[in-house]
Design a protein around this ligand. Structure first.
Ligand code: RIB
Length: 293
């Protein structure tokens, strides 16, 4: 069983289903509203746990009703929450999500997630040292992303940096990652490139190996040599929220099988996740992934 440690955000997703996206200044009637457990860190932890990994999460929650519910949900998935801190003077993270035509618009309010500190990461050194793979995204403060990259690298652990939501980062940080897992748009932002440059050229000049997600077109990956393509799996898309998180989790869980095999399984797991509504509610179990493949 792979041991995966995730550093990242925990959000309550406030999801509205709508016939289309509203224009700026426009009000439209939605079809349905639901609250779903989310946050990129929590989503990756849950997806990895469902795929059979032993998972620990490093993050933060408010001491509020959302925090209680999210904490209980993560515990039910069997995720170690020893390093999830609770703040009494701060709310839990939220994401307001509109889903229309299988696409989404998301606004995240980090709240407690903004209080994940480098000291908290360093305090979890023993947990990070026990990992086969470490996952980190960018919904926690950048100094904590840096601390995770530095500590993971020092411990000799493969750190997968999922640069979402994307910002330009120092090349020196990126070199510390074992893999970068952006989509095409995120890779351009990460490297400070123009959006027009071919993604294969960007992959070649990234300072760490890139596994690039392309939605329904699957993924491209490069670990030295030419970029290779893993085609996507054809499914009926209901909601793409959490597909990238499922992809990253599967990559971490199956990394020990070698990169091409891990990318194939990651594409399959992500495809399954988009056939159901919601981030964590759509994530497949190991048995579902095996049956699909
Ligand atoms: O990647 C999907 C996630 O992004 C959602 O669950 C939402 O919480 C935002 O963080």
């Amino acid at each position: 069983m792979a041991r995966v440690v995730v550093v990242g955000s925990i959000n309550m997703d406030l999801v509205t289903l709508a016939p289309r996206f509203a224009e700026p200044g426009e009000t439209i009637l939605g079809e349905r509203f639901l609250t779903v457990h989310g946050g990129k860190g929590a989503n990756q932890a849950v997806a990895a746990a469902r795929l059979g990994a032993d998972v620990a999460l490093i993050g933060a929650l408010g001491d509020d009703a959302f925090g209680n519910e999210l904490h209980a949900g993560l515990a039910r998935e069997g995720i170690s929450l020893e390093h999830v801190v609770r703040f009494v003077d701060c709310g839990s993270g939220t994401a307001s999500i509109t889903v229309a035509g299988g696409e989404n618009h998301i606004v995240v309010v980090p709240a407690a997630n903004a209080r994940v500190t480098p000291a908290q990461i360093e305090g979890a050194q023993a947990t990070l040292a026990s990992a086969d793979a470490i996952l980190v995204q960018m919904e926690v403060p950048l100094e904590s992303v840096e601390a995770t990259l530095r500590l993971g690298h020092k411990l000799g652990k493969p750190v997968i940096l999922n640069p979402a939501p994307a910002q330009k980062l120092p090349m020196e940080w990126l070199k510390l990652a074992r893999y970068l897992t952006p989509n095409q748009h995120e890779l351009a932002i990460l490297l400070g490139a123009s959006g027009e440059e071919d993604f294969r050229a960007l992959m070649q000049r990234a300072p760490a190996p890139v596994v690039l997600t392309r939605g329904g077109d699957g993924a491209w990956f490069r670990d030295g040599g030419e970029p290779q393509h893993q085609p996507g799996f054809k499914v009926d898309v209901v909601d793409t929220t959490g597909a990238g998180d499922t992809f990253n989790a599967a990559l971490a869980v199956f990394l020990h099988e070698g990169l091409p095999g891990a990318v194939r399984k990651a594409c399959a797991a992500a495809a399954l996740s988009v056939t159901r509504l919601g981030a964590q509610s759509g994530m497949p179990t190991r048995a579902e992934l095996d049956a699909f493949l």
